[in-house]
Each structure stands twice: as C-alpha cells, then as structure tokens.
Design a protein around this ligand. Structure first.
Ligand code: GLN
Length: 194
C-alpha cells in the first residue's frame, strides 16, 4: 500500500514515524506528482493558513480529485481545519469535504496546550492519550458526521465517509490505533478499487 502525507509544513515527520512503526513506507506529498498511486492521504497539524499558502493549485486540484474518488483521509488539527466546510473565525481557503464547523485556536494559545486520556469508543480500552496544541474546536457537525470522541461537551474526533479527523495529535504518542484504523480504511478502499 502507498500512503501519502502532505509535507508542506508542520508535523508530517511524526506521522511518517507512525507509518513506519506500522510497517508502511511513508510518501511525502509536496507536489501534484507525489500523489501518484497513493491509497490514502494524511493531512498533518501545523498552521492551516500556511499550508494553504504553500500548496500550489495543481496539488489542490489533485487532492479534490482524490477525495471525489473516495480515497481515505486522516486529518489532524490543522489538517482538520483544511477539510472543514466552515471556519467561523477565518476566511481562509478550505476544501470543505467534511461537514463540520470549526473555530481555529479555540482552546487558547500554545501555553494553553494540554493533554488528556480519553475513551474513544471504536478503539476501546485503554483510553487514548490526546494531545491538544492550539487546537480547533469542532462547534457543529451535520447528521452525515459520526462523532467518535468528545472531551466534556467538545467534539474532538469525527468520521464522515472516508475521512477521519481529530482536533488532537495521535502522531505525538506511541499509540498506533488511530493510524491503524486509517490504514484499515485504505486497505478496504484499495481492495474495492482493483
Ligand atoms: N492553530 C493551528 C491552525 O489554526 C492548528 C494547530 C495545530 O495543528 N497544532 O491551523
């Protein structure tokens, strides 16, 4: 299987480490041609506005075509902002594939970063160590979106069709379960696309 990681800016290396731990060779995506033959795409955390500035139009179009063909995405933090339909406090470009409304930096600044062990139902026990770094808040989801985890009243992990999106950073832990869940989605898509 060939898994791509958007590698324009931000935490793409930690995702690459996770894939390596799961015996996958990560493919870094910077340009349109890097998307060739991939079965799934990870959009890392970082700065969503910077990611957009660094993404040329051909790559943007390729990602949209990839989504239209039903390939899976794993989006974390800034990556989730890139996919959201609405961003309440920014006019920046977004792909809009994920029917949620988000607010950038809604938990506070870098110093207000925090982590907490959360029960994530599809993963079961033990709880998942969720790391939040200037995280977005998911303020609304449509009925198309499955809520997979919450912290108090805040939604932090969702799935809509082939998109898995977290407002935290699973790649910054040793816990491979979320990446494994994404790889299973990619495996399934690959099987039905022969
Ligand atoms: N605050 C960043 C943004 O708005 C996201 C932070 C992160 O990815 N850790 O894009």
């Amino acid at each position: 299987m060939k898994i791509g990681i958007l590698a324009l800016q931000g935490g793409f290396e930690a995702h690459a480490g996770m894939l390596a731990r799961l015996n996958q060779t990560p493919f870094l995506v910077k340009k349109q041609k890097d998307m060739e033959g991939i079965h799934g795409l990870i959009l890392p955390g970082g700065e969503s506005s910077t990611n957009i500035k660094l993404m040329d139009e051909s790559l943007q179009k390729e990602i949209a075509a990839f989504y239209s063909k039903g390939y899976p995405f794993l989006a974390t933090c800034a990556g989730l902002i890139l996919l959201a339909k609405n961003i309440t406090n920014s006019e920046q470009f977004r792909f809009g594939f994920l029917d949620i409304e988000v607010k950038r930096n809604a938990y506070g600044n870098q110093r207000e970063s925090f982590s907490e062990d959360i029960f994530i139902e599809p993963l079961g026990k033990p709880d998942f160590h969720c790391v939040f770094i200037r995280a977005p808040k998911i303020e609304k989801t449509s009925e198309k979106v499955a809520v997979l985890a919450q912290i108090k009243d805040n939604i932090i992990f969702v799935k809509e069709n082939n998109i898995l999106a977290a407002s935290f950073h699973p790649e910054l832990t040793q816990d491979t379960r979320i990446h494994q869940m994404f790889l299973n989605m990619c495996e399934e898509k690959k099987m039905y696309t022969l």
